[in-house]
Write a protein that binds this ligand. Structure first.
Ligand SMILES: [Zn+2]
Ligand SMILES: [Zn+2]
Length: 348
């Protein structure tokens, strides 16, 4: 076990859109019920860009160390920690510090707990070499699993997996995924396939090959297709049983409500800047439709999502960067040029 230094490298910004600088900070001390995790990889999620830009100003603070997909090893433990040992593989996700005892925590809806605090949003996140986390919040990464592949599952993977579960689509039934060629969509196509669902991928035509490679049975050009609702109803023989909407604009959400099958469920995940959409309640009522939102997942959802990747049923295309490179990745994200999961490798 390597010795723990006094200070470590962090990537921090002092104000929204301000410079993202690598600085030396003291290595935190774990509390009695906490682990100190030495991160080896930290995934860069699209929400990190939003946090830096101040798009989620209602839910973020600054100065802030971003990042919420951290994977590493336990290097120190508080006195009361029982179920972990030094060297264990550990994942640190977005939502932590939930009370474990309220209605939402007790029913496996931990992200909805009023007491939960988000790493990389309202407390320092994973763009640092060492992080402390409460033992019960830490995700156990299976022995022998690649830590690099595990990191993006902690937000991207579990978000995609949970949204698919929320559609209630069964094996053999059809799910439409909008924004299918992006980070979350690329996860979702694979999870859906592994869960036995048949996938219609909707995205820009440039993403067609990518989506089909990942397992989409149909591809629909979301920009050039005339009467997309009619087209999707036709190819799915009456509409898909579920829709997962990752596209962060209003039109695809409204279209989903037009082509969803009777009794179907539309799950909204992607956040448009102007978040109000128009819902025609007559077909909603007469076709007995469901619209719901979905936000990340619980610890159990995370364990399950992790297992698909561990077994090789879901693959994570990775690109590695240095901590100093995160600002460049944000610039690429702004231009929509990121197709793989970009992960900070702290050994670089
Ligand atoms: Zn995220
Ligand atoms: Zn709670």
């Amino acid at each position: 076990m390597s010795t723990i230094p006094v200070s470590h490298r962090v990537l921090i910004f002092d104000e929204y859109n301000g410079p993202l600088e690598v600085r030396q900070f003291p290595v935190p001390e774990p509390e009695d019920d906490e682990l100190l995790v030495k991160l080896e990889y930290s995934g860069i999620c699209h929400s990190d860009l939003h946090a830096w830009c101040g798009d989620f100003a209602f839910a973020t603070v600054y100065p802030l160390i971003g990042g919420h997909e951290g994977a590493g090893r336990v290097v120190k433990m508080g006195a009361k920690v029982k179920d972990w040992k030094l060297g264990d593989l550990a994942g640190v996700k977005l939502v932590n510090d939930n009370c474990l005892n309220c209605e939402y925590c007790k029913t496996g809806n931990e992200p909805l707990c009023d007491r939960s605090r988000m790493y990389g949003f309202i407390r320092h996140g994973m763009f640092q070499e060492y992080v402390t986390i409460r033992d019960v919040d830490t995700i156990r990464i299976p022995d022998g699993m690649s830590l690099a592949a595990a990191a993006p599952v902690l937000c991207g993977g579990v978000t995609a997996y949970k949204a698919l579960q929320e559609t209630n689509v069964k094996a053999g039934q059809i799910v439409v995924i909008t924004g299918a060629g992006g980070g979350l969509g690329s996860f979702a196509i694979q999870y859906a396939k592994a869960m036995g669902m048949r996938v219609v991928a909707v995205d820009h035509s440039s993403k067609k090959y990518h989506c089909e490679q990942l397992g989409a049975e149909w591809f629909v050009d979301g920009f050039e297709t005339n009467d997309i609702a009619d087209h999707i109803r036709k190819i799915t023989n009456g509409g898909p049983h579920g829709v997962v909407s990752f596209a962060s604009s209003k039109k695809p959400m409204e279209q989903a409500l037009e082509y969803i099958r009777k009794r179907g469920t539309v799950v909204l995940v992607g956040l448009p800047k102007d978040s109000k959409i128009l819902v025609d309640t007559t077909p909603l009522i007469f076709n007995a439709l469901t619209i719901k939102g979905s936000v990340i997942g619980s610890r159990l959802d995370t364990d399950e999502a992790m297992d698909f990747v561990f077994r090789g049923a879901v693959k994570v295309p990775l690109e590695f960067v240095k901590l100093e490179d995160v600002p460049n990745v944000y610039e690429k994200m702004k231009k929509g040029l990121v197709t793989s999961r970009v992960v900070v490798d702290f050994s670089l």
